[in-house]
Design a protein around this ligand. Structure first.
Ligand code: ADP
Ligand code: ZN
Length: 589
């Protein structure tokens, strides 16, 4: 029978996995029972398995609605590598006839299409020709006008699905708040008990947020401890180009740029090279990453603050989908917030409040001395433990200092100098520096001249960053600072200011971030073989086997196909295709 017991058997046979992760089993139980479901699971939780497995187990084809051709082709490769009969119908495919024939003959497990095609009447007629087992709707938040990425084509899917009332629906997304979830379920007629909401935690990702002093040096250090693939997000095309060039020169690693200004061919080539690579770093604007399904990204670095906590979590979520230890590092500067807050003025009112709230939440994240993961998960409505043990604040606790008095001094200096000078000048005034410009402006005669003691002065920079992050200090058009937010309340003594003092020595993370036994001759040989097979098959190495599978092989040293087949990530199809060659490699080392 098609119960969950036989799902375990298929899981082992097809994917070579021993067990389900997170809420996969709950989703599968519903799908196999024919119940429509909305699965909200974070990136990397293994959403695709929840429809690929039923597609193999159940009679009839599973139709997958997916918004991006690149994503579909990625999925297609991985599915086929596991021996699943999958096909896509997109404008980029030349094998339409074969695909249509295979579907009509009942020989397709999975059929991927884009929503604009799926919602056409002709497609509905085509689907009536053979039995279906499931509609899987990927990126299902696009169905809802409440979601951050509404697409009208998604709304039209309802007509298609209503034409096949007996076929269950599985909607999948990584990002949907309460309102969006309710809307998706109503639109797709998913019953109220059909929601499976997985935890948002990504325990294998280490979070660190640092002040940016020298991004090239900071990234070079990060890359020195991390030899695997990485994504660096920068905010403008110019910064992308500049960083890519400097990082390549400083590290000798393959580094490529990605942004909307590159010609499409170069952009596609850089993306493909990154997906296939085991050590490349791609420096990109946030346009990069959507639709990329590379499981072995070992770090995601942000140079500059992201747009919101949601965007941050989605972007950092591209690290470590394979479950191996990975890092998310943000290098932020006070100016990032200052310019973002300046831009708020141009936003129209109902939206401006929401935008301001987004910035405040981000400021809270970068400025916190608490566990970063706890702050993130609480933002998504969870109740996490207060200490995760895998973020910068847990591993190197930062101190918190009351800086209310110093903040009053700084803010009055801003006020008395006319709200038009930058931090450099303000520091000189406050510390009583003998400076030509200070004297010329008459700022040496102000009551705030020299009121900050030398030992307090080292807190001025972190304080100014904190005040800018919170919006109590805002940038003027000419690069000066002006009062904003709660500045007046602080000046009047109605509001206190606590700031985080970073630990004195900022150790970069130890070189043990990647557990791969690089340098072990057997592991290296297995990797080389994987690369060779990947090139032969023209797929990225991880489609052959994940790093974790190679590690297990190097450790267990199986000598027979039967032993090899017991290792995680080796299903029947891959055992047959690659087993002998890996056994030979193990035997020779
Ligand atoms: P999502 O679509 O939710 O971002 P994917 O479906 O791409 O995640 O899965 C992420 C990775 O996790 C894939 O490389 C997949 O092979 C792996 N994976 C999924 N389910 C399991 C499982 N039960 N055991 C081990 N690995 C799994
Ligand atoms: Zn923590």
């Amino acid at each position: 029978m098609n119960g969950i017991a036989s799902a375990y058997q298929s899981l082992k046979d097809v994917f070579g996995f021993e067990g389900f992760r997170g809420r996969q089993e709950d989703v599968l139980t519903r799908v196999l029972a024919g119940d429509s479901t909305l699965a909200v699971m974070p990136t990397g939780a293994g959403k695709s398995l929840t429809y690929q497995l039923p597609a193999v187990m159940l009679a009839g084809t599973c139709v997958v609605i997916s918004p991006l051709i690149a994503l579909m082709h990625d999925q297609l490769r991985s599915a086929r590598a596991n021996g699943i009969r999958a096909a896509t119908l997109t404008s980029a495919d030349a094998d339409w006839r074969e695909t249509q024939d295979a579907f009509r003959a009942g020989e397709l497990d999975l059929l991927y299409v884009a929503p604009e095609r799926a919602s056409q009447p002709a497609f509905r007629d085509f689907l009536s020709a053979a039995p279906l087992c499931l509609f899987a709707i990927d990126e299902a938040h696009c169905v809802s006008e409440w979601g951050h990425d509404f697409r009208p084509d998604y709304r039209m899917l309802r007509g298609l699905m209503d034409a096949f009332p007996q076929v269950p629906r599985l909607a999948l997304t990584a990002t949907a708040d309460r309102q969006t979830r309710a809307d998706v379920m109503a639109q797709l007629r998913i019953p109220e008990d059909g929601l499976v909401l997985a935890g948002f935690d990504r325990p294998n990702i280490h979070y660190a947020i640092r002040h940016r002093d020298n991004p090239v040096r900071q990234l070079t250090n990060l890359m020195a401890g991390e030899s695997g693939p990485g994504i660096v997000y920068a905010q403008t095309r110019r910064k992308v180009e500049d960083l890519a060039e400097k990082l390549a020169a400083a590290t000798g690693r393959p580094v490529r740029p990605y942004h909307a200004g590159l010609d499409p061919a170069t952009r596609a080539a850089n993306q493909a090279a990154f997906v296939a690579s085991e050590d490349m770093v791609i420096v990109a604007t946030v346009a990069f990453g959507m639709g990329i399904d590379k499981p072995d990204v070992r770090f995601v670095a942000h140079v500059g603050v992201p747009k919101s906590i949601e965007a941050y979590y989605q972007e950092t979520g591209r690290a470590g989908r394979d479950g191996d230890p990975s890092q998310a590092v943000m290098f932020w500067g006070a100016g990032d917030f200052a310019t973002a807050r300046q831009r708020l003025a141009e936003v129209e009112e109902p939206r401006r409040n929401a935008e301001r709230a987004r910035l405040d939440a981000l400021a809270g994240l970068v400025e916190t001395a608490e566990c970063r993961r706890a702050v993130l998960l609480r933002h998504f409505g969870e109740e996490p433990p207060g200490h995760c043990g895998n973020c910068d604040n847990c591993l190197e606790p930062a101190g918190v200092t009351d800086a209310t008095e110093l903040a009053r001094k700084l803010l009055s200096a801003v006020y008395r100098t006319g709200q038009s000078f930058g931090m450099g000048h303000l520091q000189k005034v406050l510390t009583g520096s003998e400076d030509e410009r200070v004297r010329q402006r008459g700022h040496d005669r102000l009551s705030v001249f020299g009121i900050v003691e030398p030992d307090e002065a080292r807190l001025l920079q972190p304080l100014s960053r904190a005040l800018q992050a919170r919006g109590d200090l805002v940038a003027t058009e000419h690069g000066g600072l002006a009062l904003g937010g709660s500045a007046r309340a602080i000046l009047k003594g109605e509001s206190a200011v606590q700031i985080v003092v970073p630990p004195r020595r900022q150790r970069t993370r130890r070189g043990d971030a990647t557990p791969n036994p690089v340098g072990d001759p057997l592991f290296d040989a297995l990797r080389a073989l994987r690369k060779e097979l990947a090139e032969e098959a023209q797929v990225p190495p991880y489609v052959i086997f994940h790093d974790s599978t190679l590690r297990e092989m190097a450790l267990a040293r199986p000598t027979t196909l039967a032993q090899l087949g017991l290792l995680p990530g080796i299903g029947a199809k891959k055992l047959e295709a690659y087993g002998e060659r890996f056994l030979r490699a193990i035997d020779q080392h």
